[in-house]
Design a protein around this ligand. Structure first.
Ligand code: PBG
Length: 325
């Protein structure tokens, strides 16, 4: 098969041929839409660095979740903004915490929408770390107990799936054990198995009010330079009975997605995080880049790299675009 007898351009000659040989197709089923739930009434506050994304009170969140469902997107992922924060992040596992109430409202109004909750303490602790502090650092095992309690309270409120994002060691096993001991053996865990200590979370921390008050997250989130370690982290979570694995962020970690896709057989999600979203919005606002085209190119790249699911703030606009062509 050599030129001039073989010519790859033959199959690129028109749109119909290109459609026939297209290897990766995005669909509404691929997406999970992240949402921020806040206290109050009639609150809908746009996050400055994330145009189109809002902190909103439950009734507005419900309205948007309905829109998500009507677009055919199967799931939302919820983050909570508590009224009060404390050292132990108690609103994270309070029966009437912000997430618990949001989940209950969503599930009673939209029973068919899959509601996934982010399980972490950073939005709920006054110091902003993802666990409790002991001697100036995050104490792993004490944090795991609180994370398991959070997961259980989310599921009791009606969550269909929990997604621990804290990066403590052993938390998937602890959550699995707690759920199973409480008759929730049917609830899957999507583990943020490979989560890097990334500058791309900046806008999210503004949205969730979760920036650490001292230090950073490098003693629990992964070093962006490490590839083999990603496989080790993911393998541990498989052993701890995670049902789905996640890589986060997405764009700068496509090799990691491909590694995990090739070596492990669990469904794989990628988190197209806040900073990735903000970069595209900012460049587009300056007229420097074709927003819709680049958005679909990025999302296609994430799927092509191996993601079965993409958690993305672009989910609604991407699906709308796919539907209108
Ligand atoms: C909570 C959490 C974070 C994100 C998701 N869950 C922030 C962090 O780890 O600092 C980031 C999501 C995004 O940037 O869109 N631990």
């Amino acid at each position: 098969m050599f030129f001039p007898a073989y010519r790859p351009r033959r199959l690129r000659r028109n749109a119909s041929l290109r459609r026939m040989i297209r290897e990766t197709a995005l669909s509404a089923n691929d997406f999970i839409y992240p949402m921020f739930s806040a206290h109050g009434h009639n609150l809908r506050r746009e996050i400055p660095s994330m145009p189109g994304i809002f902190q909103q009170s439950i009734e507005h969140l419900l309205e948007e979740a309905r829109e998500v469902q009507d677009l055919g997107i199967p799931a939302v992922m919820l983050f909570g903004l508590p009224e009060r924060k404390d050292a132990e992040g108690s609103d994270a596992y309070a029966g009437d915490g912000i997430i618990q109430r949001t989940v209950a409202t969503l599930k009673s109004a939209l029973p068919e929408l899959t509601v996934i909750t982010d399980v972490c303490l950073c939005e709920y602790t006054d110091h902003g770390h993802c666990g409790v502090i002991e001697n100036g650092d995050v104490d792993n095992d004490a944090s795991v107990a609180l994370l398991a309690a959070s997961a259980l309270s989310h599921v009791r409120a009606g969550a269909d799936m929990v997604a621990p994002s804290d990066m403590m060691d052993g938390r998937v096993a602890a959550i699995r054990e707690t759920l199973d001991a409480n008759d929730f053996s049917h609830i899957p865990i999507m583990s943020y198995a490979v989560k890097y200590a990334s500058g791309f979370y900046g806008p999210f921390r503004e949205a969730a009010g979760s920036a650490p008050r001292f230090g950073d997250r490098r003693s629990y989130q992964m070093d962006p330079a490490n590839r083999r370690e990603a496989l080790r982290e993911a393998t541990l979570d498989v052993q701890e009975c995670a049902d789905l694995l996640m890589v986060k962020p997405a764009m700068a970690y496509l090799d990691i997605l491909r590694d995990l896709r090739d070596r492990l057989d669990l469904p794989l999600a990628a988190y197209n995080v806040s900073g990735e979203y903000a970069m595209l919005k900012a460049a587009a606002a300056n007229g420097w880049i074709d927003h819709d085209r680049v958005m679909l190119e990025l999302l296609t790249g994430i799927k092509r790299a191996g993601a079965d699911l993409i958690i993305s703030y672009h989910a609604k606009e991407a699906v709308r675009l796919l539907q209108t062509g």
